[in-house]
Design a binder for this molecule. Sequence first.
Ligand code: ATP
Ligand code: MG
Length: 350
Amino acid sequence: MLNKLLSYISEDIAIDLGTANSLVYVRGRGIVITEPSVVAVNKKTGQVLAIGQEAKKMVGRTPAYIVATRPLVSGVVSDFEVTEQMLRYFIEKAHKRKFFLNPRPRVIIGVPCGVTEVEKKAVCDAARNAGARVVFLVEEPMAAAIGARLAVQEAGGNFIVDIGGGTTEVAIISLGGIVLSKSLKVAGDKLNEDIIQFAQDEYRLLIGERTAEAIKIGIGSAYPLKEKRQLPMRGRNLVTGLPEEILVSDEDIRRALEKSVKQIVTEIKTAIEETPPELLADVMASGIQLSGGGSLLKGLDTLIQKETKIPTKIIEDPMTAVVRGAGMVLENLDELNEVLVETEYLEPPK
Ligand SMILES: Nc1ncnc2c1ncn2[C@@H]1O[C@H](COP(=O)(O)OP(=O)(O)OP(=O)(O)O)[C@@H](O)[C@H]1O
Ligand SMILES: [Mg+2]
């Protein structure tokens, strides 16, 4: 009874706690928060100074004892207390309008496939401590598939590849469950590292992560582009110690990314090899669906399609699919509860 009353006054929320970006969806309102998963911490006192956008702005501009950390590594909680503070910040921010209440919402959170019991407990406990009344978990590729409006509850096979910042997750979904999944710790962040490494090896140029990401998004590709592209890459020459600018081409960057891109493609191929033949027949008809920010790398869909011989496309709005899908699960809990991950937290405490 009390629970029913509570669900009227506090709005349920869905959270995609990504390695790179976190998104929050409020039932009935849609996506209300999109912020980088960054927390600025004072190392001397352990105090959290800023979260999200604010914290990202501080990166590289603060005294050495203030560090910007990412509380999640490969989508899994690596720093429990910081994750809890970040969740509390999101929950409170999402409920800003209702300052006169102390809302304890039901919260659904996306987690990578195959998280361990310990990892599940860490996320649930952090959300509980941050103010959630009930915590549900949903696997990210499942949420992405629901967000893409694939028929996850039907018998046909759905093949989804979520390429985020920290992980690439491949999942085959049928009858509301994940039939097979693979997780690889190579995704968007690794591609940035590849560009940093390339600049160092090739030109003795030290570049920052933001520069690397801008180059990746600007001219990075997995498959030859129709038109040649170039961008200046700015950094510090490691020999002279002086600033330097070097013009790099899409071809240079494609070469820098080649190894990691190949690992992603191989992971997809391995999943295809392991897919039961009946489901594979469905997948050949329905195609491979890509989600996550990493899937936006130019030509990656073309390369995957060429290598697997299965039609491949990026779903609409790939970076918000997980949180939208999780939100849809919240809105239709009766119908979709079978897609939730089993936890001991499905019921509120007595
Ligand atoms: N246009 C683009 N081209 C290439 N990469 C992109 C583009 N836009 C975003 N990205 C990359 O997408 C990644 C972030 O994607 P996303 O927000 O889906 O990750 P996440 O959900 O936070 O991570 P994870 O799911 O691994 O925990 C970053 O590495 C970013 O550089
Ligand atoms: Mg993600």
